[in-house]
Write a protein that binds this ligand. Structure first.
Ligand code: UDP
Ligand code: MG
Length: 327
């Protein structure tokens, strides 16, 4: 490990001072969520009396093509606790969450999906953890309802692979559902990088982390916004934005194929002419080596593309309009 691990909650005995009652911001990225958004809002409002905090609910419409934005505007007309950010187009969930974090005014900020897969009631436990001095109370999935076996297995493998590739400690079985203290939000929002993957940026910030275990529900309505291709693209960002280990793997390929080449040479020098394998073996070896070389170039290319995008310096998102925003 190059950097200190996130410290465990158990070692903290003295709760930090937390503002009382304090303001809690809830950030909710929304893309084509017309089927569920009103139910989500009702569930979130239902926990408000038990929170013991003032509430700010920030909905980010990430360029929805359905009636999500109209529904959000309608909700915001009678309720000044609701802020609606209308992005100028679909920028993606990571950008939408960043827009919410930058607008949030709360002493603590919760990020939660719009589809009720993450039960809003868990926020009460997160706030309780925050009050004991924890800076990041992250939801850890004990179970996941309504997901295919393929998604369950691939997600489980990916979480572990991702954690192993990061140069600092990253919790597994954890998504974006989490509460972050103001200090954490300011740290993450203050980072200059434009392309963001919050699941690695929040652990990078350090501070005091603790899990809140919960059962993840199935989507109440609507469909996932992620195809296999967009999941792969997100996975590439997850790995390449915070880890240099993929480029180091190229060295592993160099070692493997140096060994393959040396073995082939030794075989051709020592074996009799009849025993020497034919052209098909040569073609196979050349094929493997070419694939490894191409993979190496592709990995470097992925980093170059990300450097190029950062050099361009385009903003992470563009806000077309804000409703009820104080910032
Ligand atoms: N989302 C978004 N922009 C996108 C894709 C998704 O704001 O381009 C939101 C979406 O509305 C939801 C959250 O991100 O609130 C998670 O999306 P989804 O439920 O489709 O992901 P899954 O739970 O299937 O991984
Ligand atoms: Mg979902």
């Amino acid at each position: 490990m190059n950097e200190p691990e996130c410290r465990d909650s158990a070692i903290f005995t003295q709760p930090d001072e937390r503002p009382s009652p304090g303001l809690l911001s809830i950030v909710i990225p929304c893309y084509n969520e017309e089927a569920v958004i009103e139910a989500t809002h009702a569930r979130i409002c239902s926990i408000a009396p038990s929170l013991g905090m003032q509430l700010e609910i920030i909905y980010i419409d990430d360029g929805s093509k359905d009636s999500t934005l109209e529904k959000l505007k309608h909700l915001a007309t009678d309720d000044t606790r609701i802020v609606v950010l209308e992005l100028s187009r679909n920028f993606g969930q990571q950008a939408a969450m960043s827009a919410g974090l930058e607008t949030a005014q709360g002493d603590a900020v919760v990020i939660i999906d719009a589809d009720l897969q993450d039960p809003p009631e868990v926020i009460l436990e997160m706030v309780a953890k925050w009050r004991t001095g924890i800076d990041v109370a992250y939801g850890r999935r004990k179970s996941r309802d309504g997901e295919s076996v393929f998604k369950l297995i691939s997600a489980s493998i990916f979480y572990r692979f991702f954690a192993a590739m990061m140069p600092y400690s990253v919790p597994v079985d954890t998504g974006d559902f989490k509460l972050c203290d103001r200090a954490v939000v300011d740290t993450v929002c203050g980072l200059p990088e434009k392309r963001r993957y919050l699941r690695s940026l929040v652990p990078w910030a350090g501070f005091r982390h603790a899990p809140v275990d919960y059962d993840r529900d199935a989507r109440t309505a609507g469909e996932t916004k992620y195809s296999v291709v967009s999941l792969l693209s997100l996975a590439a960002d997850a790995l390449l934005l915070s880890s240099d280990k993929p480029v180091r793997i190229i060295w592993l390929l160099v070692i493997i194929f140096t060994f393959v080449g040396a073995s082939g040479l030794a075989f051709s020098l020592t074996a009799s002419a009849q025993a020497q394998t034919g052209a098909s073996t040569v073609i196979a070896v050349i094929g493997f080596i070419s694939a490894a070389q191409t993979a190496g170039i592709a990995i470097v290319g992925e980093y170059v593309v990300r450097c190029y995008r950062e050099a361009q310096g385009r903003p992470t998102f563009v806000i077309r309009r804000k409703i009820n925003s104080k910032s």
